[in-house]
Design a protein around this ligand. Structure first.
Ligand SMILES: Cc1cc2nc3c(=O)[nH]c(=O)nc-3n(C[C@H](O)[C@H](O)[C@H](O)COP(=O)(O)OP(=O)(O)OC[C@H]3O[C@@H](n4cnc5c(N)ncnc54)[C@H](O)[C@@H]3O)c2cc1C
Length: 449
């Protein structure tokens, strides 16, 4: 008679925080047959990438995009049934509006990387011929750097660009345009390491790496309800509005109640992790606050008629950075709904909506001439003060690994040492890594008992 496996008696693993890192960790553990409970303080999953209802519309807290090279995030989407709910370009192609009616297009060629980027730059009309050569030289020099080299964590991308002859036009129309959106830290402030990671992986690596992915449904549908169902289907438990206030060696305290846990994954942002993780478990904990935070705002402008013909555009030389057509995603029946995503929004984050409206509505009229004739039917702003950590020099050294000094206590989150910037891809990678560490720990515990 085949030996039957004894029913597992270990306490569920506690995953603290239901952003993409926590969702990924909980799902991976549930899929591996490991009992798991995901605790999320808010009444929904999704963390920094979520949606809410506003007057009949479903509004994303902030536009999120991903790239084809975000393989871990795409893997999560697949497991959540979300692959058909996003559009992924079959060739990186971005329209860039440069003011005064000038426009350019960054479109990759079907050549092996990094040559695919050469025709894109060569045909980029927002740069003059000399600037394009400068940009190509810069790209070549950048492709020789190793993002994991600790030296790159000691200097800014801006200082490197200056040292490599990248003048103001190239910086504005190329490096700023892409780096600010990808890193949410200004070029003068961002560390060289993450900038190299982004450009090497996305634009100078595999030819299809930078093809852009955009959700076709609200983020809440991609990340919240789908994740709750997927985790529950595999036997995991999701507890919403459940705040973890303390962690003990074999338990978590949830809203004042002690609950046993065979292992704990702290998948919150660094600010909350610094209060939850005991000092002895992570000696670097008190320095995590130096990772700081960088804001993003989204400016939502609704018109009575279509004013932008493309699904999205990038804009240079204007406070308007990237504009997305959210009409269908949000469920607007008539007119057009534009979301302007503004990264590194330090100058806007504390300004009243009236000031932001006074600045952005005329800018949108200048970028989209059709907006001059259209009636603005609604205008509002979503603000994410602590959207990502600030990826400044020294931040790389502060990002902790998934394991702590306490056996059974692990860290996840886009701010941990993932090798990626603070992105959905980084969050998912950290969750997968934490789940691997937990499984190893649980196996060890089981074999010892
Ligand atoms: C406006 C905006 C735009 C962005 N755009 C992009 C983009 O285009 N592409 C991209 O890749 N990335 C983008 N990002 C970054 C991306 O959203 C994050 O990197 C990623 O979602 C972080 O996931 P996370 O799981 O690490 O953390 P979080 O999403 O912050 O999740 C942490 C969770 O922990 C919960 N929590 C905290 N404390 C407790 C507690 N004590 N008990 C229980 N739960 C707790 C929180 O409520 C939260 O849900 C953007 C972010 C913002 C805000």
């Amino acid at each position: 008679m085949p030996a039957t496996r004894p029913a597992t008696t270990i306490a569920p693993v506690a995953v603290v925080g239901g952003g993409l890192a926590g969702i990924t960790a909980a799902l991976a553990l549930a899929e591996a047959g490991c009992p798991v409970t995901l605790y999320e303080a808010r009444p929904r999953l999704g963390g920094a990438a979520h949606s809410f209802q506003r007057g009949g519309l479903t509004v994303d807290n902030g536009q999120h995009v991903f790239l084809r090279c975000c393989t871990a995030y795409r893997g999560l989407l697949d497991r959540l049934g979300g692959t058909a709910l996003v559009s992924l370009q079959n060739r990186f192609d971005v329209r860039v509006l440069g003011g005064a009616g000038r426009s350019g297009r960054l479109r990759r060629a079907s050549l092996p990387g990094p040559l695919h980027f050469v025709p894109a730059l060569a045909g980029y009309r927002l740069l003059g011929p000399g600037d394009r050569i400068q940009a190509l030289r810069g790209s070549l020099a950048l492709s020789r750097l190793d993002p994991a080299d600790p030296v790159l964590d000691t200097m800014t991308f801006g200082s490197w660009l200056a040292a490599h002859g990248q003048g103001a036009p190239v910086r504005q129309a190329l490096w700023d345009l892409l780096a600010v959106a990808a890193l949410n830290t200004g070029v003068e402030e961002v560390a060289l390491g993450p900038a190299v990671k982004v450009f090497k992986t996305a634009l100078l690596g595999r030819p299809d790496a930078a093809d852009l992915g955009i959700p076709l449904v609200p983020l809440g549908r991609l990340h919240d309800t789908a994740a709750q169902e997927a985790i529950a289907r595999r036997g995991g438990v999701v507890r919403l509005s459940a705040k973890v206030t303390a962690i003990e060696p074999d338990a978590v305290i949830v809203d004042g109640v002690r609950t046993k846990a065979s292992a704990v994954v702290v998948a919150t942002r660094h600010e909350q992790a610094a209060t939850l993780v005991p000092a002895g478990a992570a000696p670097g904990r008190d320095a995590w606050s130096a990772l700081d935070a960088s804001p993003i705002i989204n400016v939502h402008a609704l018109y009575d008629r279509p004013v932008m013909r493309m699904p999205f555009v990038a804009v240079t030389g204007s406070p308007v950075q990237w504009v997305f057509d959210k009409t269908r995603v949000a469920g607007l029946g008539k007119g057009q709904y534009l979301a302007v995503s503004v990264s590194v929004a330090d100058t806007w984050i504390d300004r009243p909506t009236a000031d932001i409206r006074a600045a952005f509505v005329p800018e949108l009229r200048s970028v989209f001439p059709a907006a001059r004739e259209a009636r603005l039917t609604d205008f509002f702003v979503t603000r994410e003060r602590r959207a990502t950590f600030r990826q400044a020099p020294g931040s790389g050294a502060l990002r902790p690994h998934g394991a702590t000094r306490w056996p059974g206590l692990y860290l996840a989150g886009a701010w941990t040492d993932t090798g990626w910037p603070d992105t959905m891809e980084g969050a998912v990678r950290s969750g997968l890594h934490a789940a691997r560490l937990v499984r190893h720990h649980v196996r060890h515990q089981e074999s010892a008992s």
